[in-house]
Design a protein around this ligand. Structure first.
Ligand code: AMP
Ligand code: MG
Length: 322
């Protein structure tokens, strides 16, 4: 098994040294655990793709300790400045034009002329990035297509000893990934992935968000195919449940009769539900159930991200999952 260390000053310094030498390290963020490698080191980045089983056409998000660390690699326009000021540090990712001559490995961007950047809020992530002083590409630290890891143990369960170190910072407080906004085209802001910052909050800062054009090449493969998925099939919008099903419940009124039931939030709180989502999906994913039934969840606020993940997890299996 990989080494797992409680995140403290010493282990964070050790993690920064491993990354600087070209290693790969899993660390907590406020969204989910990330699997990090320095953005300039091709071999380390290639290892992140290999360890996850992630298709090379699925670009990574670069994480920075401060806005100043993003300026040499991407071009901020006025909308990007406003969003960064409003939501960084936090669960918002901006897709921006890559600067010409940038030292970022083309593996990170999957060869695109754009780069996704984020300034995370989690104190362990911030201390790690600050100590290292270099941007770190960090997709979720799970096998490609699986539910994202929100606890250090999930990382070990998926990636075993294939990585150099896991910093254990406890459960991730938000529990769903960042909102991804594409600002690479002037005058057009596109919601590529709903996430921790609700759509309305973004629109209050930069105005209405466009939907991805259908004929457009899919630039955000998190939007493609089965993803975030347990091994058992999911059945959504469940209002009753069969005896051979597990039930992922939401709210105070829960149908009886499931083999096993976990409640995302008995009081119907979407932030609590987001924080429990991936851990409960993993916990219900056992051989003694035929399927996992999921109760309806409202699509307001964080509910848009929760329902997005559930819909993708419920898609039928297909080999191109990323
Ligand atoms: P994750 O799988 O959690 O690392 O998610 C990263 C998300 O950001 C994926 O949906 C990526 O496709 C998206 N992303 C990263 N870089 C870019 C980029 N340059 N252009 C568009 N989307 C990107
Ligand atoms: Mg992921």
């Amino acid at each position: 098994m990989s080494r797992i260390r409680p995140a403290d000053r010493h282990s964070i310094r050790e993690a920064a040294a491993i990354l600087a030498e070209g290693g790969v390290v899993a660390f907590p963020t406020e969204t989910v655990y990330g699997l990090g490698a320095v953005v300039t080191l091709d071999r380390a980045i290639a290892r992140v793709f290999a360890v996850k089983g992630r298709p090379a056409r699925n670009p990574l998000i670069a994480h920075v300790a401060e806005v100043a660390a993003a300026r040499p690699i991407v071009q901020f326009d006025e909308r990007a400045e406003r969003l960064a000021a409003a939501f960084w540090p936090g669960p918002l990712t901006l897709v921006l034009p890559l600067k010409v001559g940038s030292i970022v490995s083309p593996l990170v961007t999957a060869g695109l002329p754009t780069l996704a950047v984020r300034l995370p809020a989690h104190p362990v992530a911030r201390e790690l990035l600050g100590t290292l002083g270099l941007p770190v590409a960090a997709p979720s630290a799970n096998r490609s297509g699986r539910p994202s890891p929100t606890q250090a143990q999930h990382v070990l369960a998926d990636l075993g000893d294939a990585i150099d170190l896991v910093l254990d910072g406890g459960a991730c407080p938000l529990g769903v990934e960042s909102t991804v906004i594409d600002l690479s085209e002037p005058g057009r802001a596109v919601l590529l992935r709903p996430g921790g910052v609700p759509r309305r909050a973004v629109e209050e800062v930069i105005g209405p968000l466009a939907e991805r054009r259908l004929e457009e090449p899919v630039r955000s493969p998190g939007l493609l195919g089965r993803h975030y998925a347990p091994s058992k099939p999911l059945r959504l919008e469940a209002r009753e449940v069969a005896p051979d099903e597990a039930l992922l419940a939401f709210g105070p009124v829960v149908p009886k009769g499931a083999r096993r039931t976990l409640n995302l939030s008995p009081k119907g709180d979407l932030a609590e539900a987001a924080a429990h989502l991936f851990a409960m999906l993993r916990e219900l994913d056992r051989d003694d159930v035929r399927a996992i039934a999921v109760m309806p969840i409202p699509s307001t606020g964080l509910g848009e991200a929760i329902n997005d993940r559930l819909r993708r997890a419920a898609l039928p299996p297909e080999p191109a999952a990323s």
